[in-house]
Design a protein around this ligand. Sequence first.
Ligand code: 9MR
Length: 845
Amino acid sequence: MLVALVAAPLAIPASAAEYERLLNGTFDSGSADPWWASAGVTNRVTGGELCASVTGGTTNPWDALVGQNGVPFETDQSYTLSFDARATTAQTVAAAAGESVSPYRGIARQEFALTPEKQRFTFTFTSTLDFPDAGNGQVAFQLGGQAADNTICVDNVSLVGGVKPPGGVNPNPTRKVQVDQVGYVPGLPKRATLVSTATTPQPWTLKNSAGAVVASGQSTPKGADVTSGDSVHLIDFSSFDTAGTGYTLSVGEDTSFPFDISADAIKRLRYDSLAFFYHQRSGTPIEAQYVGEEYSRPAGHVNVAPNQGDNNVPCRADLACGYTLDVRGGWYDAGDHGKYVVNGGISAWQLLNAYERASRIGDATAYRDGSLAIPEKSNGVPDLLDEARWEVDFLLKMQAPDGMAHHKIHDANWTALPTRPELDDQPRRLSATSTAATLNLAAVAAQASRLWRGVDATYSATLLSAARKAYTAAKANPAKLADPNDGTGGGAYSDDTVTDEFYWAASELYATTGEAAFRTDVAGSPHYKAASLNRGGFHWGGTAPLGDITLALVPTGLPAADVTAIKSAFATVADQHLTAMAGMGYATPYDNSTAGYVWGSNSTVLNNATVLALAHDFTGAAKYRDGVFEALHYLLGRNPLSTSYVAGYGEQAMVNAHHRFWAHQNDPTLPIAPPGSLSGGPNSALQDPVAQRLLAGCPQQKCWVDDIGAYSVNEVAINWNSALAWVSGWAAEKSGQPPTPVADCEVTYTANKWQGGLSAHVALKNTGTTAWTSWKLGFTFPGTQKVSSGWSANWSQSGADVTATNMSWNGKVEAGKSVYIGFNASGGGADPAAFTINGKSCKTS
Ligand code: 9MR
């Protein structure tokens, strides 16, 4: 066997002193992260400087500190610390290098006399301690020991020195055989990636859960894959198509994570991805009966202290708008507590579009009343509409008296991690109105008006008049752009091009009303007929394709040829994706040629999967459907990090999302992200300090780490989960019908629940005509339940999946008889809804 060894060239700088060892020394992003302040000191970034307000009256210089931890130092290496600094009142401060934990050994310390005039200071020293991997090294400014309050500002803080190249590793161990850890749907292609530098085909084997080889074959060498940094082979095991759980794929000694051949997981993900939105609801308690105890919490931002509330929110002081708005409700955007009309718009639209597409050309019964665990689950309205309405109502509330919509409402300052929503004590402020936000409102309200016509005519009319008012206001203010630097306390979501939002809004208004004026705007737009649809897809700032999708799905008075042109543009771009994917080590519809992997890249993958899905809808070609599933395989584990980016799905799934409530990594009493939450994904621009520290030099598809602090790669967000909900709902619809229940079994499940646990009795009845000689019960917990002990069966649990097999004495069950078993479990959540016995679905009672 010929093995090609690839030596990675190491970039050694001309002199070791070029290595910058501090993160965020320029404060250019507006954030102080990862600089911390001790008690009595408040850090603020203003005008690009870090300004520390220091309370007076302390004794020692080290009684008031600003510092950064995790700074690497190597023994006997030289370091130079330099910084700009000034003090409102002249004061001597010290800069110190040392250890961040007990016994707090020092490396070096020097005092500097600060004046109101900004000066640059430099200090060179040799390290006496060794923290080569950014462990317990620290740089701190000692600001205490002065009588009166003072403000000290620093900027351009830099520490250079040492010889070890910076960088780190992703802590998730990787496998060499990369598969979708969740599952492959029967009847569809099944592909995996092998990491190997071998230049010849490698033999692979597929084993079932009992370890028996069920298929084998040879890999196809593909060579170096730049985007992942891996040398790869492709493995295609599509010819094996027997449904089952716990398969593994092996090459030599290397074995994949286990996976299923089944449509069950994608059918669960359709709902778990939507459950995310209930969890993110603002202004209402999140109730244990829908999400389980650990995810329940009181209402956030309803004016109960310490919240300052959303029911009477003024504009930012510099705007002096002269009114306040009641903007309770909506979804929190992401890991923060901001609510942004621009991003809320595309998120609500994607949920509503999933429903509208399913009603016209798919299966809308999937979203029927009772399909989701939400308070509105038996109000007679499809649950997907109920969930979307939570946000649409909020969007309406953001409309100012003049018809324009405020761009966003969020905290005046960033809060720390963790901060539960009901404990956020920051003032809430409305930013200025913007053209982009106003058009988001117009588009979504017009779309929603169409969908509520037969459901709630009054609401439908309210929506349409809000949409008209917004569209008129936007035309009167066509270039009111949001401030790109308005990133304190919330994201900027600025967008300097709004022709796409005009096209989207006009398309929705035209599809809803059929009025000529809107049609003129649609047909006159530079975006008409999918002119701007390309492999870049769409996102919160580029929304023209949303208009195209509506015009392709909803019958209007547009010429048939124009609608055909829109549909064929989807097929053309889908073909471009498939061509590109054929050359990739880890096939994914993503174009990295201009900007690499960007913030939220996983949502781009999903939005491009939407283009593929619609190409399949419009043409019927199977290749596009297969492309959608390839995208899901990438997200669920067939990637160079052997990681599923969807919490709760797969053996090695994302856990430590950047989120202020699901902040388990920072506070073990708080939960992790609930199942079905999507991580933002690889971001080769490394736009946060943790990612910068851990991932320097990463190949694009590996620029991700499962760390709560790494917000530019591991946050969750409504517009990313809405993309997941759209695609997983589509994929579930294309995954065939559930296995036909064979009515020779019936399961009765009764649980006694208390906070943090339950005890369940399960009766298995043989309703057939012949005796069972053995049995195996299977079900899935919808919540966080974990079996702790059981009786009258051998119980086991893997992830949320539970199986119970008979004991020697109760395997035989005569026709018409029952066997009674049970278990105790920790955790909580809804009761399992579906049961199988010996692989067949049972009736429940
Ligand atoms: O999704 C947004 C991404 O496209 C931007 O590059 C990034 C930086 O501006 O902001 C992302 O959105 C964040 C928002 O600003 C604040 N809430 C969390 C969002 C997801 O990270």
